[in-house]
Design a protein around this ligand. Structure first.
Ligand code: NJP
Length: 246
């Protein structure tokens, strides 16, 4: 896919991987649509993209609300007439040990990390199916491959995203020309760790502070690799770890 003038919806675009993805893909000529709840942050990123000569639209979106996605899609269709790529990136990771029973956080992860992805797919699919083309990129995690301390529910959400991506691919790619990719990174240097409230986990993660993590741009490179393949190639999964992480 050539990115020039492609319309790319990115959730969780107000920071970290989403912000970096929006900046880079707009530099490559895509019209990026930045979705998140923090409108102030989105406005700053949009200003920067426009200063660099790129095109950006911001839409306040809570991914747990299907109506927010429907509104986003109708605004995008009105402005650009189509949607070429959906990057389901919004997520959170309030790790905790199960015995702490932080059930509100469990439900929050299921709502954002899983239902948010489903809501995004439901919103864009009619357009991509009609176009007989598109690309859905879901940001899963290395946590889809293995448990780590406090990560039982987070891992469960990310394996759901990975497996849903495989189901999407099998149902949509040859039938409708819609590509599907799951990206599964290890630790990335973003604000994701700030959602942790469990003091025992915070303590345990102190060692990780010294570790060299992936940068958001490393994930963007994986996204760009998946997007820039010829029509005949679907990149199913990209599983990437920091060299420092076991
Ligand atoms: O984290 P961060 P990352 N509705 O905290 C948004 C996965 N991942 O970039 O709404 C809409 O900088 C929030 O926006 P706002 C991870 O699981 C990461 O690292 O304004 N958006 C913000 O833009 C996640 O899926 C690591 O608060 C909502 C964004 O999510 C993805 O990478 C490792 C929302 C979070 O940005 C991006 O995370 C890994 C809602 N209800 C996978 N709730 C890692 N960093 O180590 C949150 O394996 N957001």
């Amino acid at each position: 896919m050539r990115l020039k003038d492609k319309v790319i919806l990115i959730t969780g675009a107000s920071s970290g991987i989403g912000e970096s993805t929006a900046m880079t893909l707009s530099e490559k000529g895509a019209s990026v649509v930045l979705c998140a709840r923090s409108v102030d942050k989105l406005n700053k990123i949009k200003d920067q993209i426009e200063k660099n000569g790129g095109k950006a639209l911001i839409i306040e979106t809570d991914v747990t609300k299907p109506d927010d996605f429907k509104n986003a899609v109708s605004q995008i269709l009105e402005k650009y007439g189509t949607i070429d790529v959906l990057i389901n990136n919004a997520g959170l990771m309030p790790l905790s040990y199960i015995e702490k029973l932080k059930t509100d956080e469990w439900h929050q992860m299921i709502d954002v990390n899983i239902k948010g992805v489903l809501n995004g797919v439901a919103a864009v699919l009619p357009t991509m199916r009609k176009n007989k083309s598109g690309h859905i990129i879901n940001i899963s995690s290395s946590a889809a491959h293995r448990y780590f301390p406090g990560g039982a529910v987070y891992s469960a959400t990310k394996i759901a995203v990975k497996m849903f991506s495989e189901g999407l691919r099998q149902e949509l790619t040859s039938a409708y020309g819609i590509k599907v990719t799951s990206i599964e990174p290890g630790a990335v240097d973003t604000s994701l760790f700030e959602s942790i409230t469990d003091e025992d986990i915070k303590d345990k993660l102190k060692d990780m502070k010294e570790m060299t993590k992936l940068e958001a741009e490393d994930i963007v490179n994986a996204i760009f690799y998946a997007l820039s393949q010829p029509d005949r190639v679907n990149v199913n999964d990209v599983y990437l770890m920091p060299t420092d992480q076991g």
